[in-house]
Design a protein around this ligand. Structure first.
Ligand SMILES: Cc1cc2nc3c(=O)[nH]c(=O)nc-3n(C[C@H](O)[C@H](O)[C@H](O)COP(=O)(O)OP(=O)(O)OC[C@H]3O[C@@H](n4cnc5c(N)ncnc54)[C@H](O)[C@@H]3O)c2cc1C
Ligand SMILES: NC(=O)c1ccc[n+]([C@@H]2O[C@H](COP(=O)([O-])OP(=O)(O)OC[C@H]3O[C@@H](n4cnc5c(N)ncnc54)[C@H](OP(=O)(O)O)[C@@H]3O)[C@@H](O)[C@H]2O)c1
Length: 391
């Protein structure tokens, strides 16, 4: 077994699963539906995939998906390079395949990296336009060029440089799987795994782009389609061992996914602990993911509290951390009762802003300073009562 395979095998939950990123399970898509309404700026989907016997997961885990590049993207690269697709190449394991298959399933032709530009430039060191993007002094320039571009742009801007299809294996990175937080409880759904996927689409440099994996799931994964998957455990994102402990969950956007899993698990097992969910999205009418299910859980008492922040339903934006501050006193009371605090979703801004709001809630609740709040939070972390799964 290679090191990566061993790590994946160890990371697989429950009894050791034989499926890993290098040996994925060929899962079947059984549900693929749009969660967002017509007119939404988001395209967020609920996707269900079958599991093989012995594949088990725990709420907090993720599922890895191995996507393929889309036909149009492969054709554009072939055209830019002047190849037909039937040329023979050896893949990373020295297996003889045709170039078309290599571009579809083995090579990352999506977002361009500085590494690819550097390797590409080595084939034509005399070309000025490439020279100015290589070497440590030209890092910023190369990064600026890469932004919003894919390999096809490089091949189009500098034609005729790749002479042999095999050279692409030096230029392009390997196609890698993408992780998605699991949105279901296996107690409730023994034979499948469910995810909440936001399809990445944008225009850049005159081309229509889409995310590799989310695009695959959004556009090329009808019911019955086969998708290679593996399960990935996350021991740092777990419901409390004490099932009567209260839980506070902050999950805007697709950050909602693991909390649907947490709530289904607590519901299915009849756990007595209180549950408080903060959900945020742009518009209530279009973007309230799993609305009926959460309202049902609230009615049944599984969801003790549900606070929503629909940022674009009024002139001034409202975010989950604003709701936290409005409920500051109760939130602090829950923390004092030993609540576990979880955050999932955007790492760049949301998770940081939520942490600042949490520190403020603690400082106000305890009539203490921000230094005291930081110590309080550090203690929560040590007790595993502050857990984040952000990306
Ligand atoms: C632990 C974990 C859990 C996750 N859980 C979820 C989840 O539950 N749901 C979910 O949807 N995602 C989740 N993600 C993110 C997911 O793994 C993928 O990163 C995401 O779907 C994008 O992958 P992709 O292959 O579709 O896009 P890629 O092909 O990887 O393209 C994305 C890249 O496109 C570029 N890009 C995007 N928008 C623009 C723009 N407007 N302009 C220019 N460039 C742009 C950026 O460089 C961006 O990094 C999770 C990630 C991790 C690590
Ligand atoms: N790596 C990738 O390519 C990739 C792909 C998919 C998703 N993601 C990431 O996954 C995360 C979830 O994406 P998503 O589209 O489902 O939801 P999202 O972008 O996080 O948006 C959900 C809600 O959060 C609000 N929001 C914006 N900034 C915020 C902040 N600083 N604090 C709190 N709330 C804030 C948004 O409001 P407004 O929009 O009105 O400001 C919206 O109402 C994001 O990090 C996204 O970038 C990454």
């Amino acid at each position: 077994m290679t090191e990566v395979v061993e790590q994946e095998a160890k990371a697989a939950t429950g009894h050791a699963s034989k499926y890993t990123r290098n040996n994925p399970f060929m899962s079947t898509i059984t549900v693929n539906e749009l969660l967002t309404g017509e007119g939404s700026e988001k395209e967020t989907r609920h996707v269900e995939l079958t599991l093989d016997e012995g594949m088990t997961y725990t709420p907090g885990d993720a599922v890895g998906i191995l996507p393929e590049n889309r036909r149009q993207a492969v054709d554009e690269v072939l055209k830019a390079l002047g190849f037909k697709g039937d040329e023979r190449v050896l893949d990373h394991y020295k297996v003889d395949i045709d170039l078309d298959e290599a571009l579809r399933t083995r090579l990352a032709i999506g977002k361009l990296t500085r590494g690819s530009v550097t390797q590409f430039a080595k084939l034509a060191p005399e070309i000025e336009g490439l020279k100015v993007m290589t070497g440590p002094d030209n890092k910023a320039r190369a990064e600026e060029y890469c932004w919003g571009r894919e390999f096809v742009d490089l091949a189009t801007d500098f034609p005729g440089i790749v002479k042999e299809p095999q050279q692409l294996f030096n230029i392009l990175a390997r196609l890698t799987p993408r992780m998605y937080s699991i949105a279901s409880s296996q107690v409730m759904h023994p034979n499948d795994v469910q995810t909440t996927v936001r399809v990445v689409r944008y225009d850049a440099h005159g081309r229509e782009r889409q995310g590799l994996a989310s695009g695959h799931l959004g556009e090329r994964a009808p019911l019955g389609a086969i998708m290679p998957i593996f399960l990935h455990a996350n021991q740092n994102f777990r419901l409390p061992e004490d099932n009567s402990a209260p839980v506070i969950m902050i999950g805007p956007g697709t950050g909602i996914a693991p909390f649907r899993s947490f709530l289904e698990e607590r519901q299915a097992l009849g756990h007595p602990g209180d549950n408080w969910l903060f959900f945020g999205e742009q518009r209530e009418a279009l973007d309230f993911l799993y609305k009926d299910q959460f309202l049902g859980m609230q009615k049944d008492g599984v969801l003790t509290r549900l606070d929503t922040a629909f940022s674009r339903d009024q002139a001034k934006k409202v975010y989950v951390q604003d709701r936290m501050q409005e409920r500051s006193k109760e939130l602090y009371d829950w923390l004092e009762r030993g609540a576990y605090f979880y955050v999932c979703g955007d790492a760049t801004r949301m998770a940081k802003d939520v942490e600042l709001a949490l520190l403020d809630v603690i400082a106000r609740g305890s009539n203490g300073t921000l230094d005291h709040a930081a110590e309080y939070l550090a203690t929560m972390k040590k007790q595993k009562r502050y857990q984040r799964d952000v990306y």
